[in-house]
Design a protein around this ligand. Sequence first.
Ligand SMILES: Cc1cc2nc3c(=O)[nH]c(=O)nc-3n(C[C@H](O)[C@H](O)[C@H](O)COP(=O)(O)OP(=O)(O)OC[C@H]3O[C@@H](n4cnc5c(N)ncnc54)[C@H](O)[C@@H]3O)c2cc1C
Length: 442
Amino acid sequence: MSRNGERVLIIGSGPAGLFAALRLIELGKKPIVLERGKDVRLRRRDIALIHKQHLVDPDSNYCFGEGGAGTYSDGKLYTRSDKRATFAGFWKYLLASVHRKIFSSKRTPISGRINLPRIIAAIRACIRSSGGEVHFETRVTEFLLHDGAVQGVLDQHGNRHEARQLILATGHSARDIFELLHHKGIAIEAKPFALGVRAEHPQSLIDEAQYRCSQRPDYLPPASYALVDQVAGRGVYSFCMCPGGIIAPCATKPGEVVTNGWSPSKRNNPFANAGIVVAVEMTDLEPYAKYGPLAGVHFQRHVEQSAWRLGGERQSAPAQRMIDFTENKLSQSLPACSYQPESHRSYCRTCCPPRLATGCRKHSKHLARRCGGTIRTKPFSLRRNRGRVRLSGYAGSRNAGTPSNQRVVPLRRRRWLCWGIVSAAMDGERCAERAASLPLPT
Ligand SMILES: Cc1cc2nc3c(=O)[nH]c(=O)nc-3n(C[C@H](O)[C@H](O)[C@H](O)COP(=O)(O)OP(=O)(O)OC[C@H]3O[C@@H](n4cnc5c(N)ncnc54)[C@H](O)[C@@H]3O)c2cc1C
């Protein structure tokens, strides 16, 4: 029970923050979750505004709000591990709260009557009923440090939230937090990331290529694919493939365009999409070297702003048919696609450095070949896909604030898991355990 336990602030209510809170409760602590966005129900309205009116609320959007970035997806639970017992056990909180059984495989949608918003609301209820707190529309803007020790944080309204420990679970998109950390002299480290485009094609085309039949029988699920390539020594690969999926506008600020993909749990949309991403290397970041560990963040912002300008200064995504992308021609027309805020005919390659665009272009040809050599006839749409800067969490206690401080602990991802909901949640748990094991200042 956490009611009288030591307070631990958790910034962010994505999978990392929520599972950190649950673990802290188990360890007898009192988690106080501060979330800049709204609860899962109210957040939907702001997402609708992005689709319909091209308005992006910097605190409530596809990435920010209760449940974090993947809340409205089918919640594919990725793990490359065969240790599925660990994986299933991971959802014990969910099983306890909604009394259902989840069957997991390496890539399973949470389907049927269980869906992510309901799970997340159940987790919130569980945290509150166990003595923890969850506060929405509370954006952390300042860390309160005294003599290097964490005292608490300030939110955007100037309210003070006190605690001697703090878990930062603000995800990949909270650039303001990266900047705040850097500004405070807390050591941060850039991690490798990838950046590219979203390729969309008719699901029937992928079915045909993968199942080798003209029409997918009902007993087969919409097909997916995973491609890995090397182009001029660089890794290029498909990422977050969404069968029967939708391309979503995932910008976190006005003036930027970012796309990501998700599948509804039935995967019954007529399109399939995937990120085609290229590994970003240090040489790509040279023009931003003056920003130190934030070079990648500035590079990413520059690309997203370029995409916004190319898209007509709205949430319309710059788009091109695949054949035109590979031949660097402006498309005469665009095919129907799942991206609701519209697409805008553009030269997509101009959004990012030529080396990255070339990687995407060559890999796209590979993809087209895999789809039966259809590159010259089938329409593909292209969307930008967000690169990721990984700095997902910190547990801090005394002496936080000095770069060499060992008590500010950047989380390391478990190698046998790939990025996503599962790895974030496991990082959250580990961070909670670390916070609970650190001695507190007297
Ligand atoms: C459209 C979409 C679909 C996805 N689908 C899947 C999928 O099917 N399967 C999968 O495994 N992964 C999926 N992902 C990826 C997955 O959602 C992320 O890997 C995961 O959410 C990361 O969890 P996190 O807790 O580290 O961060 P996040 O989920 O990003 O959560 C961080 C939270 O911190 C809050 N925050 C940020 N800054 C502050 C601040 N200053 N003050 C207070 N709060 C703050 C944010 O509002 C946010 O709620 C998807 C992502 C997107 C965008």
